[in-house]
Design a protein around this ligand. Structure first.
Ligand code: COA
Length: 323
């Protein structure tokens, strides 16, 4: 018998504070119309000053554990995706493990920027398939607001905060069908947060620890590679486009989402879109969207779901699963 990993439950958490496009109009030279037309974002959530990626992850994890009826003893692996960790170390996964009262199991962070959740999901899937874990807590949690330059209109209108979690468990039924992870560091300069660990704090930052993005160039590679990646997932499983019930894309830009959906010839009503209300929450965006569509009953057990994400590195990937 082959062991698969199935999505047993999901959870998510969004900070309370809503930041609208109108509020951004007071910070930088932009308009609600421009942001909506070019990105599809109307509002986003921003963490409270005392809330960290760990706090957001804890709420999302507790929601997923509650939904699945799992206790701390049921979890034997934690993989947490973030590019805005609580500390340099220990990993946010270890800090979360302590918060949840889980002891002894493997817990580590995955850093693949906005593709982080797909990487974490793929990693946990491999652990389960190889028999190294039975029930994994997989999380994407970000406080992107901490690395935003609030004077840079090309990024501050896009990124946001949130967390999403999935519990994957071993099963002999169908579950995750395949995951496909890619990266190309040759694109390192197009989307980055320069500086930080090696900088001399006493002298001030030579390179501020804020995000920089060449949005237009990122856009083109994202559309191309995400298109390839979803087709790769279908080909690996000998599946046709019309066998996909739901596309749950990374919520980076409505135009990127629509371009990938078009390539799959998927009608709009089979694409989960949260970008208008969530903005780009980096590694949290896919599990946030997945949780929303599972909880409101759109995604039903037995349906085929296709996840994809793209981000800094560049790192990108896709995952095909039976929910
Ligand atoms: N408000 C108003 N104007 C803005 C603006 C803003 N918030 N941000 C940029 N502009 C201006 C630019 O300065 C430029 O002006 P110019 O023509 O006078 O030079 C113009 O709008 C067009 O800029 P451009 O960067 O070409 O816009 P775009 O259509 O590519 O949209 C992004 C910008 C960032 C929304 C888009 O490129 C994008 O979404 N990129 C990919 C993001 C992504 O996927 N990230 C990786 C995954 S996390």
């Amino acid at each position: 018998m082959i062991t698969n990993a199935r999505i047993a439950s999901t959870g998510s958490y969004l900070p309370e504070r809503v930041m609208t496009n109108s509020e951004l109009e007071t910070l930088v030279d932009t308009t609600d119309d421009w942001i909506m037309a070019r990105t599809g974002i109307r509002e986003r959530r921003i963490a409270a000053p005392d809330q960290s990626s760990l706090d957001l992850a804890e709420q999302a994890a507790l929601a997923a554990m509650k939904q699945g009826g799992f206790t701390a003893d049921d979890i034997d692996l934690i993989v947490l995706a973030t590019c805005t960790p609580e500390k340099v170390f220990p990993s946010t996964a270890c800090l979360l493990q302590e918060r949840l009262g889980i002891h002894g199991c493997a817990a580590f962070d995955v850093q693949a920027a906005c593709a982080g959740f797909i990487y974490a999901f793929g990693t946990a899937n491999s652990f389960i398939r190889s028999g190294m874990a039975k029930r994994a807590l997989v999380i994407g949690s970000e406080t992107m607001s901490r690395v935003i330059d609030w004077t840079d209109r090309s990024t501050c209108v896009i990124f946001a905060d949130g967390a999403g979690a999935v519990i994957l468990e071993a099963t002999e039924e169908p579950g995750v069908l395949s995951t496909h992870l890619h990266a190309d560091g040759a694109y390192k300069d197009l989307l980055e947060v320069p500086g930080w660990v090696s900088d001399d704090y006493d002298q001030g930052y030579e390179t501020a620890p804020y995000m920089k993005m060449k949005g237009n160039e990122v856009f083109k590679v994202a559309v191309r590679e995400l298109g390839r990646s979803v087709e790769e997932a279908l080909a690996a499983n000998d599946m046709e486009r019309d066998q996909v019930d739901w596309l749950i894309p990374h919520q980076a830009n409505i135009r990127i989402i629509n371009a990938v959906a078009k390539r799959l010839q998927l009608p709009e009503e089979r694409v989960v879109k949260t970008i208008e209300r969530h903005g780009n929450t980096s590694a949290a965006s896919v599990p946030l969207a997945l949780d929303e569509a599972c909880r409101d009953g759109r995604i039903q057990r037995g349906q085929v779901i296709l996840l994809e994400a793209f981000g800094g590195g560049f790192a990108w990937g896709s995952a095909l699963a039976v929910y």
